[in-house]
Design a protein around this ligand. Structure first.
Ligand SMILES: *[C@@H]1O[C@H](CO)[C@@H](O)[C@H](O)[C@H]1NC(C)=O
Ligand SMILES: *[C@@H]1O[C@H](CO)[C@@H](O)[C@H](O)[C@H]1NC(C)=O
Ligand SMILES: *[C@@H]1O[C@H](CO)[C@@H](O)[C@H](O)[C@H]1NC(C)=O
Ligand SMILES: *[C@@H]1O[C@H](CO)[C@@H](O)[C@H](O)[C@H]1NC(C)=O
Ligand SMILES: *[C@@H]1O[C@H](CO)[C@@H](O)[C@H](O)[C@H]1NC(C)=O
Ligand SMILES: *[C@@H]1O[C@H](CO)[C@@H](O)[C@H](O)[C@H]1NC(C)=O
Ligand SMILES: *[C@@H]1O[C@H](CO)[C@@H](O)[C@H](O)[C@H]1NC(C)=O
Ligand SMILES: *[C@@H]1O[C@H](CO)[C@@H](O)[C@H](O)[C@H]1NC(C)=O
Ligand SMILES: *[C@@H]1O[C@H](CO)[C@@H](O)[C@H](O)[C@H]1NC(C)=O
Ligand SMILES: *[C@@H]1O[C@H](CO)[C@@H](O)[C@H](O)[C@H]1NC(C)=O
Ligand SMILES: *[C@@H]1O[C@H](CO)[C@@H](O)[C@H](O)[C@H]1NC(C)=O
Ligand SMILES: *[C@@H]1O[C@H](CO)[C@@H](O)[C@H](O)[C@H]1NC(C)=O
Length: 483
């Protein structure tokens, strides 16, 4: 029945929204233009991560042959590429649909998902210039390694990546081959390739529970982080030409110019949902091989095993409203309280720990492009129709603003903007009196701000604009509840 309703609502959604779909992803709003390259290089030591194999084929489930990152970087605003933009669906839609269906344990058929992609995303392109020169000059920029959620593709965070790059950050979005991406293709320089689609613990051997399966996926992600760091370090050292030569995606022709332009001493490790679990798992390494100096996990995962709560790097944890609002028992505690203790631990040790929730009805997927393309897509990934984002771009820019303030802190230890706020709500409050809410953020953990410091919030007051789209959302909701 639930599955029927899900199907019915999805079909209705598609019908209702097909005329309201955004034709394109919006341009980026920062100071710089944005370039992008796909970089897939072989690892020096191809290996199987853990002894896990697929039941059907007895082949290793977590095989590390190459790492693939989507790099976004600042360029001159006048630089235009002669190459076509990267498609938003970087892998063929049928393969992504299969993976997504499998990861939802078949509750939505691949055919239906493919219809959705056909309507919403078939011609969608990422508005970054492909394979162009780095921003002229000699300034070096901080690096952000970003780990995607489950089931999600790294490309689906393109707006966040592009917005950050346009503000002077070099982003490396990792395409994980741990069964959490709906689909990814491992490509070798010699032209051969293989597909990795999403899989669950049901199809692997030895038999294991969810937690054990996720633990293995996180091991795979650790190995990928280390390899990605090696690649970035080579580029920073001036070996960009060799990295270009090794890239099976044939992009990065100007990588040799990147020497000294990416500052590995300002590496931030970031992620979303299950990707945040990977970030927190990384922070537990006593001698981490990735030289991160700060961590930025969004919406840490709720069903991906216990979270380590002893953190000794500066950390910013931005939650969506959906994530903070829903009480979730978590290993004998509440998920919210566990996350809060992570930020508190960092605050205690480093003086720089923040935990905050973005209001204005944000959902778990608000950090992704999904809401920008079609609000109905959000529904596809969340049940909670009462929390639909009304203005996805406003929400995304809030995440970008707070991330930018965190980068400023990492660069010169100045606490400014959205971070220069005392704790406002020690525990999340779902519907506080709107007239007392000065910014869309509820701050749960933060250092104390001296009274003299003008807390210049870049946020301003919440504006809920009930545009045409939201009227459609409300109508749709009504139809769905009547079914
Ligand atoms: C990975 O596992 C496969 C299948 O068991 C095996 O053939 C291969 O040699 C292993 N690779 C490495 C590098 O150990
Ligand atoms: C990988 O996926 C593509 C697209 O669905 C398909 O054409 C190709 O045959 C697949 N490759 C393998 C080795 O299964
Ligand atoms: C997926 O579905 C299969 C068969 O319908 C079931 O046996 C299995 O427990 C399900 N797995 C999960 C993780 O829900
Ligand atoms: C960067 O360029 C500026 C202007 O060309 C120059 O003054 C400065 O010394 C350079 N800095 C470094 C570190 O090379
Ligand atoms: C291509 O390269 C991969 C990785 O080195 C190797 O495993 C594969 O056998 C090669 N294929 C061919 C056809 O040479
Ligand atoms: C999952 O399996 C591990 C190892 O067998 C066990 O320690 C753990 O308690 C199990 N977790 C759950 C939730 O069953
Ligand atoms: C990074 O830090 C190391 C060690 O402190 C230092 O030697 C190096 O010059 C720094 N690199 C940059 C680009 O600042
Ligand atoms: C901060 O750390 C100290 C020393 O590790 C510990 O004694 C104290 O309880 C911690 N405070 C909080 C609020 O966690
Ligand atoms: C979605 O709704 C179904 C049925 O009401 C429920 O079993 C499931 O846990 C919900 N999923 C999420 C992500 O809330
Ligand atoms: C810190 O960096 C920010 C952003 O680059 C800049 O606006 C601010 O003036 C810097 N503060 C100090 C003390 O250098
Ligand atoms: C809401 O805020 C207004 C203005 O600050 C105040 O007068 C009113 O008492 C508040 N209401 C509640 C229920 O807190
Ligand atoms: C933050 O809290 C401290 C201690 O309660 C207080 O002294 C200070 O004025 C507050 N800062 C701001 C900007 O409100």
């Amino acid at each position: 029945m639930a599955s029927f309703l899900r199907h019915a609502s999805l079909i209705l959604t598609i019908i209702n929204y097909s005329t309201l779909v955004s034709a394109a992803l919006p341009a980026y709003s920062g100071t710089y233009g944005v370039g992008t390259i796909a970089l897939e290089v072989p690892v020096a030591d191809p290996r199987n991560i853990t002894d896990t194999v697929f039941k059907a084929t007895k082949q290793p489930a977590f095989k590390l042959d190459t790492t693939l990152i989507n790099v976004y970087y600042p360029i001159d605003k006048n630089t235009k590429s002669t190459k076509p933009q990267h498609p938003w669906l970087s892998v063929s839609a049928d393969l992504i649909a299969k993976g997504l269906s499998d990861s939802l344990n078949g509750s939505i058929s691949p055919a239906l998902i493919e219809i959705g992609f056909g309507i919403f995303a078939s011609d969608l392109a990422i508005p970054a210039e492909v394979d162009v020169n780095f921003l002229p000059g000699n300034e070096s920029f901080p690096v952000m390694i970003f780990s995607h959620g489950n089931p999600t593709m790294t490309d689906w965070y393109s707006q966040y990546y592009g917005e950050m790059a346009s503000r002077g950050v070099v982003i490396a979005g990792v395409a994980h081959r741990d069964g959490s991406s709906p689909a990814t293709v491992v490509k070798f320089k010699n032209g051969t390739s293989y597909n990795v689609t999403a899989f669950t613990q049901d199809v692997v051997s030895p038999t294991m529970n969810d937690t054990e399966f996720h633990r293995r996926q996180l091991e795979m992600r650790q190995a990928e982080f280390i390899e990605v760091t090696r690649t970035l370090q080579s580029i920073a050292n001036g070996d960009g030409q060799a990295v270009f030569s090794a890239n099976s995606r044939s992009e990065g022709q100007a990588l040799a110019q990147w020497k000294g332009r990416i500052d590995m001493n300002r590496t931030i490790i970031a992620g979303h949902s299950f990707g945040s679990n990977a970030v927190l798992r990384y922070l537990q390494d006593s001698k981490p091989l990735v030289p991160a100096v700060a961590a930025l996990p969004f919406d840490p995962g709720k069903d991906s095993g216990p979270l380590p709560t002893d953190v000794s790097l500066p950390i910013l944890i931005p939650d969506s409203e959906e994530w903070s609002a829903k009480p979730t028992p978590f290993y004998g505690s509440q998920h919210f309280d566990v996350v809060k203790s992570i930020a508190a631990s960092s605050l205690n040790k480093t003086g720089a720990g923040w935990f905050m929730t973005l209001r204005t009805t944000t959902v778990h997927t608000s950090l992704t492009d999904v809401g920008l393309i079609a609000s109905s897509f959000v529904q596809f990934f969340t049940n909670d129709t009462s929390l639909i984002t009304l203005d996805p771009k406003v929400a995304l820019l809030q995440y970008v603003a707070v991330s930018g303030d965190f980068l400023t802190y990492v660069s010169n230890k100045t606490i400014t903007g959205l971070l220069a706020t005392n704790v406002t709500y020690p525990t999340f409050k779902l519907f506080p009196n709107a007239s007392v809410l000065k910014t869309p953020w509820e701050v749960h953990v933060a250092p104390t701000v001296p009274g003299t410091a003008a807390s210049k919030s870049g946020a301003g007051r919440i504006r809920l604009e009930l545009g045409e789209l939201s009227v459609w959302v409300i109508m749709l909701m009504y139809v769905m509840f009547c079914l």
